[in-house]
Ligand binder design. Structure first.
Ligand SMILES: C[S@@+](CC[C@H](N)C(=O)[O-])C[C@H]1O[C@@H](n2cnc3c(N)ncnc32)[C@H](O)[C@@H]1O
Length: 304
């Protein structure tokens, strides 16, 4: 990834940070309203130039967290994070080295932070949805496994402790992201995509769609996965956008590990949609595993 992109403090499985250099040039030059329909970590919207921004996601807790980023001053967020670190007794590798906490740069500080993390997780899962609840969620992301977010059927955060803590790199990442998000004055909303009101958009709007992929699995929510019904509803939704003359770009996979997304492939062929291939040479990143990407066809589908 190019270093001039803003990095999301939320590490999303399927996050689009790694393909921004291929995705952004596909977008129209002028965008009136940019809709990041399945926004996740907001990697795309935060790096897109537009007059107005709408971030939407079906995950209520994620949207609550993003709204908290907008509501609270960055210094307040940092202060409350530091209070959580003190209160629960998390490590502070910005002040001491890993060895001080019985860890090392490879294994990090997971052992030291395990108990504080479990306590924080329990408190978060039992707390009312206010600013502090969402600060706690962000702290779970910081101290949790791979800086990710995952919830069970009851909406409880359920990942284990991770290797890192609230170090200077993460603080800086948060600060830059929150500043930029605030400057965009976005509308942030928690809707199922089917309920999104497309009549608020005009001919210069762009709807970017990055749904869970039908043929590969990622757990944003352990319970309800993405089904063929969801996929069909999404195709119908894009038909409606098309009829209204609203531009969209869809991220997806046509093939993955020998499976094909026939619903999508047929839909594209019947409508003559434009398909842009994504080059998945991850040789410059940590993702490279020999043969891992063989048989995977990742694409962008657009109607302009
Ligand atoms: C692949 S992730 C998006 C990643 C994002 N583009 C990024 O770069 O960080 C897919 C997102 O779709 C959301 N989602 C799943 N089903 C949804 C639905 N029916 N309506 C709206 N959002 C949904 C999930 O909560 C998840 O955040």
């Amino acid at each position: 990834m190019n270093s001039w992109f803003t990095v999301s403090p939320l590490n999303y499985i399927g996050g689009k940070a790694r393909i921004l250099d291929q995705l952004l040039p596909v977008f129209p030059e002028h965008i009136s309203t940019f809709v990041d329909m399945f926004c996740g970590g907001c990697n795309v919207g935060i790096n897109t130039q537009a007059d107005n921004y709408i971030y939407n996601d079906g995950n209520r807790e994620l949207i609550g967290l993003l709204k908290m980023f907008l509501r609270l001053n960055i210094n307040t967020i940092l202060k409350r994070m530091d209070e959580i670190v003190e209160h629960y007794g998390f490590s502070k590798t910005k002040d001491h080295n890993f060895a001080y906490y019985g860890g090392n740069p490879m294994k990090g500080v997971s052992r030291y932070n395990k108990e504080p993390f479990l306590q924080l997780r329990q408190d978060y899962n039992n707390s009312p949805r206010n600013n502090q609840h969402y600060i706690m969620l962000y702290a779970l992301v910081v101290f949790g496994f791979n800086n990710q977010m995952r919830f069970n059927d009851r909406g409880e955060y359920n990942l284990p402790v991770g290797k890192r803590d609230f170090n200077d790199v993460i603080r800086r990442k948060l600060q830059v992201f929150v500043d930029k998000l605030k400057a965009q004055h976005p509308v942030i909303q928690n809707n199922d995509f089917r309920r999104f009101d497309i009549y608020q958009l005009d001919g210069d709007s762009l709807v970017y769609l990055d749904p869970p992929y039908l043929i590969s699995t990622a757990t944003y929510n352990e319970g309800g996965g993405w089904t063929e019904r969801d996929e069909q509803d999404l195709l119908d939704f894009m038909d409606r956008l098309n009829e209204q003359g609203i531009h969209f770009v869809l991220s997806n996979m046509l093939e993955h590990k020998g499976r094909k997304n026939h619903l999508l492939i047929n839909w594209i062929e019947q409508r003559n949609m434009q398909v842009v291939g994504i080059n998945m040479d991850y040789s410059n990143s940590n993702y490279q595993v020999e043969g891992k990407n063989s048989g995977t066809v990742e694409v962008l589908v657009k109607n302009y």
